[in-house]
Design a protein around this ligand. Structure first.
Ligand SMILES: C[S@@+](CC[C@H](N)C(=O)[O-])C[C@H]1O[C@@H](n2cnc3c(N)ncnc32)[C@H](O)[C@@H]1O
Length: 283
């Protein structure tokens, strides 16, 4: 009973922490300005552990603490699970397209598990995220000499030069951005990719083609909607024709589309077939 009470209050604390650590614009979890300073000012001995605990606050990376498991054990298990699942995703979905000379862009890199796995198979990785806090966590947990972690605005890749990237991948990101942002990102992918370069990009597909983009229930109250958009993770599905239009409008071409198969620990909805991986090319 006592333990249950403690867990309920910890759940509330976690929600409060989400509020205090979210930055601008909306959905920029761990984007509060002070997170990178916090990580920099702590002794390197404790930095990785603090980063793992910060990741636990964000709704993006680790799950909800189950009953009867110590928080620290849970965080360590989630960390190990992410290492394995992201390694496996790279092996299956990205490695076949890689070679040791390539410069690779990891879009929406989060804590850098994917970037770390990819860095072994290419020359250099530029890993980009909207959240300066998660970039600081990535440096602490998955820092490697050939990975450059950078924070960008969410719509532009201002620090990446035209036609400079051999391969871009983006997993578990497009479902969190609005249509406008999705279109701008695809245009930026086109700009920074070398001709004949490839993009491996995951989308959540709304198979019923309802035209209603949101998997989350539509909320009518504008105040609740605003709060939810700011502090609760948004997940959007899009009908195939809409995704196809966004891709073709950006100048990219679709080479292949596959329904995802999932490994334990990999991000999935109850309808796993909703997640699709698109291979795109720049003609
Ligand atoms: C679910 S996490 C996935 C992280 C990583 N791609 C992975 O699969 O392990 C989604 C990430 O996308 C980032 N993100 C959301 N919107 C973004 C945007 N417009 N530009 C860049 N990153 C974005 C979030 O901050 C978060 O780190």
């Amino acid at each position: 009973m006592e333990q249950q009470k403690f867990r309920t209050s910890f759940g509330l604390i976690r929600r409060l922490l989400i509020v205090f650590t979210t930055g601008f614009p909306d959905q920029n979890f761990l984007g509060a300005f002070y997170i990178p300073f916090l990580l920099q000012s702590i002794s390197p001995k404790f930095r990785k552990n603090l980063a793992l605990n910060l990741l636990f606050i964000s709704p993006h990376y680790y799950g909800t603490l189950p009953p009867n498991i110590r928080r620290q054990d849970f965080i360590e298990a989630e960390h190990q699970g992410m290492l394995l699942s992201r390694e496996s995703m790279i092996e299956r979905k990205v490695k076949p397209h890689l070679n040791q000379n390539m410069i690779v862009l990891d879009h929406g890199c989060g804590p850098g598990y994917l970037a770390s796995a990819v860095s072994r198979y290419c020359n250099r990785v530029i890993a980009v995220d909207i959240s300066s806090g998660v970039i600081a966590c990535a440096k602490a947990i998955n820092g490697k000499p050939n990975i450059e972690y950078i924070t960008e605005s969410g719509t532009h890749l201002s620090q990446v030069e035209n036609s400079s990237i051999d391969l871009i991948y983006s997993f578990a990101v497009m479902q969190h951005v609005t249509d406008d942002v999705c279109q701008q990102i695809l245009q930026e992918f086109f700009r920074v990719l070398k001709p004949q370069g490839k993009i491996i990009c995951e989308f959540v597909v709304d198979l019923q083609n309802t035209g209603n983009a949101s998997i989350n229930k539509q909320i009518l109250n504008p105040f609740v909607k605003k709060i939810k958009e700011r502090y609760i993770l948004r997940v959007l599905g899009r009908p195939f024709p809409k995704i196809e239009k966004f891709i073709l409008d950006s100048g990219l071409e679709i080479a292949k589309v596959t329904a995802n198969k999932f490994d334990p620990g990999e991000e999935k909805s109850k309808d796993a077939e909703l997640y699709y991986t698109f291979v795109l090319t720049k003609p």
